[in-house]
Design a protein around this ligand. Sequence first.
Ligand code: BJ8
Length: 425
Amino acid sequence: MGEDYKGMWEGLGLDIEAHDALLEVLGKGYQDIYLAQKSRPEGMGYFDFVMSEVHGLRIKELLDEKAAGRKIIGSFCVFVPEEIVRAVDATLVGLCTGADFATEKVEELLPRNTCSLIKSAFGFKLGKVCPYIESADMVVGENTCDGKKKSYEVLTGLVPNLYVMDLPQVKSVEGRNLLRAEYVRFKQTVEELTNITIDADRLRKGIEIVNNKRKAIHRLSSLRKADPAPISGLDALLVNQVSFYDDPVRFVGSVNKICDELESRIEKGIGAVPKGTPRILISGCPMAVPNWKVPWIIESAGAVIVGEESCVGERGTRNLTDDSGGTVDELMETIVERYFKVDCAIFTPNPDRLDHVVEMLEAYKADGVIHYGLQFCQPYIIESMPLEKNLEQKDIRTLRIETDYGMEDVGQLKTRVEAFVELIK
Ligand code: BJ8
């Protein structure tokens, strides 16, 4: 892919040498983790292709959209309402936050004990290796955890088109009012950016596009309830990850195609793993591309992941937005309603999340929960302790993992995960 896109990457100001090195590591990791899997559905070929072109063809498409007058908006969080972005014919893309890069430079700006996800966002920017952030007309940060909100103060110096959205921390009337006010401000900002005024038809269309993505993912999720699981957790995670980058309409078509195939696999009793393989529900911090470390460890230990209680997973997609409102105000209200249900650990208290974990565990017939906490992520790590206690009181086996994007702890994690898989067998 390199030679075909070199000019494009240079035009975006990427550091070609560093970027080549990144792509090489990514390609090797993908080969070892993804392509080495057995009994993959054929439909994953589309996602393999998307991944092979994630910095190539997809970026070219985005630049073509820009040339045609459309805007690209980058985001780090599922609280950024894609419906509103779509309503102005703009495209929302998730920004690269799933791998370590330029760590030394990052640690000149951020404390070492900052979570890997935040450091990664900085590393990709400082190392000039993320074509998404360089293509974006606007980058949206959000006041969620302390790490993110303070680091955006620093990121503003590196990303002049950074827009910061305030977010509530409490699910109160005041919290909801704040979310509504911030979504109205965001709507006005994207209207100004694009010179397009959002009317009810535009907003309804935006809701429809985003709901269709969620519905396709719901269909895929429900097929993972089968035993044997027709698709690995790694592959299902990849589909969720690609949903943040891909063209939404094409994405829906590809997910539905793979779902047709999975239905026929289930009918024939074909699985990605043998029937009776221990089933795991992952819960915790989001896993952005190419963060596949823990799922890879879990599935290499002889288990299969059947669901993700995560923003790159069901927390991010579980609820649809009601599109029955007749006016912009009514539709904005249903957007607020939908996002206010997201049970991110930045909320205090956050009781819904425990209910959702239990609900998912039952729905996907999981044998145990692995809580995935990124080191230094206080919201999720602190929440994981009462979560584990509550789950164990319900006789649900739980393993808490705290890790980062490095590979130093792989051996130790493997030992712990293997022991856990033995326990739940
Ligand atoms: S809605 S989970 S995407 S904030 S891992 S940066 S929480 S210290 S990512 Fe998130 Fe939005 Fe919530 Fe979802 Fe902070 Fe934790 Fe780092 Fe995190």
